[in-house]
Design a protein around this ligand. Structure first.
Ligand SMILES: [Zn+2]
Length: 379
C-alpha cells in the first residue's frame, strides 16, 4: 500500500464520503446579525440563504475551488451532496453537470447527487428529483471515466411522503444509492411517530446502497437496523462539533462507517485526527486507518472496481520506523502537516511537484474571490 522514497511517502488517495462543495465560497462570509441558536437556525440563517443565492457560475466555481483544495489535501474521490435552488429554483437543472465536470476537470473522481427537499415547495422538490433522474440516466448510458451519481435527499424532516416515494422510485430504477442526512440533530430523530431510520426504511430509502450522513441521534436499535440493511454511515466529527449536535458514537456502525467533512474542507487527515480525538474525549475508540480504507473500498464499489489506482505523494521525513502496520500513528501525529506534492487518479497525473496540471488555479481563485463577494452581497 504505502511506499517511501527519499523523504517522499506515497499512499492511496483519500476519499471524502460526504461533503458539499457548494459551500466553498462561504469561507469568511459575514455572520448573521443575530447568532443562530439552534441547528435549524444554522440552516435557515446560513446554508439555506447561501444555496438560494447560487447561480450557474458560482455553482461551477465553488466546485472548481473545492476540487483544487481536495487535490491539495490528497483527497482523490469527492462524494458530493449538492444544493443550488437559486432564485425560484432556477439553478437546479443542469447543476450536477457543472459540479461533476468541474471536479473531473481538476482530475479527481466525482460522485454527485442533488439534495431533494420540500422546504422550497413542491415545484422545486420535483425539479430536484428530475435533476437526479436526468443525471443518473446520463451517467448510466455512457459512464464518464471519473464520474458516478447517487440520488440525493436533504433529510427526512424536510421531505414529504410523496417526494420520498419519488426518490425511492428513481433510486430503484437506476439501481443507485440514496445519499441523505439522517438524524444529524434531534430535530431529525423522529418523523410521523416513528424513528427517522424506521421512516426511511418504510419508504424504501434504506438499503445496501444507501449513504447516511451523521446518524448522531439514532438509537442502538436503529444502528442495528442500519447494519442489517448493509447501509453505510458517514461520520462528520468536526461538523458535528461545530454545530454542537452531539457525539455520534461512531463505533456503533462498525464496518459500515466512513468519514466525511460535510463541506468544511477536504482535509481527510484533519477529519480523521479530530474523529480520533473526539472518540478519546468520549471514552470511545476510533481506528483511523480502517475508516479511511473503508472509504476507498466504498468509492471503488461505486466505480465498479476492486480498488482504485489513485495515489498521493507527501513530503514526509519520518523520525521513526514507518510501515503499513503503524501508518495510523503517523497519520494522527505526524502526517497532518505534510505537504502533498503529487497526485495521480486512474493512473493519470493530477498534481506534479506541487502544481495542479489540469487547471489554472490562479485564475480560478481570482475569479472566485470576485464572485464570492457578489454572492455574499446577494445573500
Ligand atoms: Zn451534509
Amino acid at each position: 500500500m504505502m511506499q517511501t522514497h527519499h523523504d517522499r511517502l506515497t499512499l492511496p488517495g483519500f476519499v471524502c464520503a460526504h461533503t458539499h462543495l457548494y459551500s466553498a465560497l462561504a469561507r469568511g462570509m459575514p455572520q448573521p446579525p443575530a447568532p443562530p441558536r439552534s441547528f435549524v437556525e444554522i440552516l435557515e440563517k446560513v446554508w439555506w440563504k447561501l444555496d438560494r443565492a447560487l447561480d450557474a457560475e458560482t455553482v461551477e466555481l465553488s466546485a472548481l475551488v473545492g476540487a483544487c483544495e481536495a487535490a491539495r489535501a490528497g483527497c482523490t474521490t469527492i462524494i458530493d451532496h449538492h444544493a443550488s435552488p437559486g432564485a425560484r429554483g432556477s439553478a437546479v437543472d443542469g447543476s450536477l453537470d457543472l459540479v461533476a465536470a468541474a471536479i473531473a476537470r481538476v482530475g479527481l473522481r466525482a460522485v454527485v447527487c442533488y439534495e431533494v427537499t420540500d422546504r422550497n415547495g413542491p415545484d422545486e422538490a420535483r425539479a430536484g428529483v428530475r435533476e437526479n433522474d436526468r443525471f443518473l440516466q446520463r451517467v448510466r448510458s455512457e459512464p464518464p471515466r471519473l464520474v458516478r451519481a447517487m440520488v440525493g435527499a436533504h433529510a427526512a424532516f424536510t421531505l414529504s411522503d410523496g417526494t420520498a416515494e419519488a426518490i425511492a422510485e428513481v433510486a430503484a430504477r437506476h439501481r443507485a444509492g440514496v445519499h441523505i442526512h439522517v438524524a444529524e440533530d434531534a430535530v431529525d430523530a423522529h418523523k410521523d411517530g416513528r424513528s427517522t431510520v424506521e421512516w426511511l426504511d418504510a419508504r424504501g430509502l434504506l438499503d445496501a446502497r444507501s449513504l447516511l450522513a451523521h446518524c448522531v441521534h439514532v438509537s442502538d436499535a436503529d444502528a442495528a437496523r442500519i447494519a442489517a440493511a448493509g447501509a453505510h454511515v458517514v461520520h462528520n466529527a468536526r461538523s458535528n462539533a461545530n454545530n454542537a449536535v452531539g457525539y455520534a458514537r461512531p463505533g456503533r456502525f462498525g464496518a459500515q462507517l466512513l468519514l466525511g467533512t460535510d463541506g468544511i474542507d477536504a482535509d481527510m487527515r484533519g477529519e480523521a485526527q479530530f474523529a480520533f480525538f473526539a472518540a478519546r474525549d468520549h471514552g470511545d475508540a476510533f481506528d483511523v486507518g480502517a475508516a479511511l480504507a473503508r472509504g476507498r473500498r466504498f468509492a471503488a464499489g461505486l466505480f465498479d472496481a476492486e480498488s482504485l489506482d489513485d495515489t498521493i505523494t507527501l513530503e514526509y521525513r519520518s523520525p521513526t520506523p514507518l510501515s503499513d502496520g503503524n501508518l495510523g500513528g503517523h497519520l494522527l501525529f505526524g502526517l497532518r502537516a505534510a505537504q502533498v506534492r503529487g497526485v495521480t487518479v486512474d493512473g493519470q497525473t493530477v498534481m506534479h511537484d506541487g502544481a495542479l496540471v489540469n487547471v489554472d488555479e490562479e485564475r480560478i481563485y481570482a475569479r472566485a474571490r470576485e464572485l464570492a463577494a457578489k454572492l455574499w452581497a446577494r445573500m
